[in-house]
Design a protein around this ligand. Structure first.
Ligand SMILES: Nc1ncnc2c1ncn2[C@@H]1O[C@H](COP(=O)(O)OP(=O)(O)O)[C@@H](O)[C@H]1O
Ligand SMILES: [Mg+2]
Length: 249
């Protein structure tokens, strides 16, 4: 389900000619000393020209991932993600995804410093891209292409830890402690290089079911994860822990 289709972008067909796009980046405007609960968000908007590929190269549980060329200077191969279900393709859902990723990126920076992490965690940003195709507005979340390793998912939003990694387990636990139990960052996925973890598409669980989007399975989810982490710490070699009760995101 989550596996990349490993499609070579050079063999794919373009959706059409170059299109004008507007890319909105969500930025956190406050300094690192203020508490996360009072987070201020701002927006940077830039115009670009893009060429999208017709077919996705990978499918997640919720979204299809496409390659596209951002023709800005210098031109760059990037990823555009679209919700698979038409009813989910709302402006709010794309903004929520971009905000979640910005907040988790901010938390990861704090974690790297406060915990003096053996290997730092970097969460990439996922701005909102708007194009007009055949007269209709189409939205995506866009990201840099992750290189330097195989795309892996270490922990999902339901306590399932498929690959035990002490730094990442600690990050999830730390987000819970740091927020005094208000939230927990899960769905840790991306690539691991020699020098860092580069993550995308994290989810936030909170005390209020659904507050941080469709992957937020609430307090029950946080408890499952804590149990999963405890279990994994006891059995460091465990490859798979059968704790999943919610469908993975
Ligand atoms: N930035 C990226 N670079 C390369 N591949 C990616 C990137 N983001 C996602 N993918 C691939 O696309 C798949 C689906 O993306 P993901 O963001 O996990 O969607 P979903 O929201 O459905 O979970 C991933 O499992 C991975 O194989
Ligand atoms: Mg995913």
């Amino acid at each position: 389900m989550e596996a990349a289709l490993q499609v070579d972008p050079h063999t794919l067909k373009y959706l059409g000619d170059m299109q004008r796009a507007q890319i909105k980046q969500i930025v956190i405007t406050q300094d690192a000393d203020r508490p996360w609960r009072t987070m201020d968000y701002g927006m940077n908007i830039r115009d670009s020209t893009v060429t999208l590929y017709e077919h996705p190269f990978a499918m997640g549980a919720m979204r299809a991932a496409y390659y596209f060329f951002d023709q800005s200077n210098p031109p760059c191969l990037m990823i555009a993600k679209q919700f698979k279900q038409e009813s989910s393709r709302t402006r709010e859902n794309y903004i929520a995804q971009a905000r979640t990723q910005a907040l988790v990126a901010w938390m990861a920076q704090k974690f790297n410093v406060e915990e003096n992490s053996a290997k730092p965690i970097r969460v990439i940003e996922s701005p909102i891209m708007r194009i007009v195709h055949n007269g209709n507005e189409v939205l995506y979340n866009v990201e840099m292409k992750l290189n330097g390793g195989t795309f892996k998912k270490w922990i999902n939003n339901a306590g399932h830890i498929s690959k035990v990694d002490q730094v990442l387990l600690r990050f999830t636990q730390w987000t819970y402690e740091y927020s005094c139990g208000d939230i927990m960052v899960v769905d840790l996925q991306g690539v691991e290089t020699d020098t860092e973890y580069i993550l995308t598409d994290p989810a936030i669980l909170s005390r209020v079911y659904g507050k941080y989007g469709q992957g937020d399975v609430g307090s029950a989810g946080m408890e499952l994860i804590l149990r999963g982490i405890e279990h994994a710490s006891k059995r460091k070699t465990a490859q798979s822990l059968p704790l999943s009760q919610h469908p993975p995101r």
